[in-house]
Write a protein that binds this ligand. Structure first.
Ligand code: SF4
Length: 212
């Protein structure tokens, strides 16, 4: 079975299994809030970020307020997420950049997004796919792990995995497929204990039996 055949077989199964797959960060439809939430989500869970942004946004509602925020106060708010000094600095710098270079409006293209401090391809793809409805392959930790296990890519670098998946996944399906793979990774094909026996795509997975 080729990779393309495997992908074509598992895509409808994952679509049936996870019809609700979506970005789990709360951002109220605002691209700026999504950008900041995604930067904060490095090395932590979306649920933890949602708890923090519930405090962050009433205090600093947009790019101007966040760019001018007192760093000590920001660090206190962001503290539960870990790496709080780095994250505070990154969201301050990102806010300033969006404010000064883009008039407070998050750009809707990869090139400009990658110039925003703290923004790599994963964050940029989250913003493009979620906030702007553009086709985006989002290589988070789950998509990275599953792409290897299902053998959709043998690369280990996120950029290489993204390129491999872009070659395989039709553009209209990219964002949804990323979310569905992410959901499958969270719920079934977990890092330490993949539930191969109850996995709906086990019949197409070269690594089935990994749990035993
Ligand atoms: S069969 Fe096992 S390793 Fe393969 S996708 Fe399912 S849970 Fe993951």
């Amino acid at each position: 079975m080729t990779r393309k055949q495997r992908l074509d077989a598992i895509m409808p199964i994952l679509a049936d299994e996870y019809p609700d797959a979506r970005c789990l960060l709360d951002y109220g439809g605002d691209p700026f809030r999504l950008l900041i939430a995604t930067i904060l989500a490095a090395q932590t869970t979306d649920e933890s970020v949602n708890r923090v942004t519930k405090t962050l946004w009433p205090r600093f509602p947009g790019p101007a307020a966040l760019a001018a925020a007192d760093r000590t106060e920001l660090e206190r708010i962001v503290h539960p997420l870990g790496f709080f000094r780095n994250k505070s600095r990154r969201i301050s710098e990102a806010s300033r950049h969006v404010l000064e270079r883009h008039g407070g409006v998050v750009p809707d293209n990869m090139e400009d997004l990658l110039e925003i401090p703290g923004t790599g391809r994963k964050t940029a793809n989250v913003v493009l796919g979620e906030a702007f409805g553009q086709p985006a392959i989002i290589v988070d930790t789950h998509v990275k792990r599953l792409s290897g296990r299902i053998d959709l890519s043998r690369r280990t670098d996120p950029d290489g995995i993204e390129r491999d998946l872009m070659r395989l996944v039709p553009s209209a399906d990219r964002t949804d497929f990323s979310h569905r793979l992410g959901f499958h990774g969270r719920r079934v094909c977990k890092a330490r204990a993949p539930a191969c026996r109850s996995c709906p795509i086990a019949g197409y997975c070269p690594r089935r039996g990994l749990e035993s």
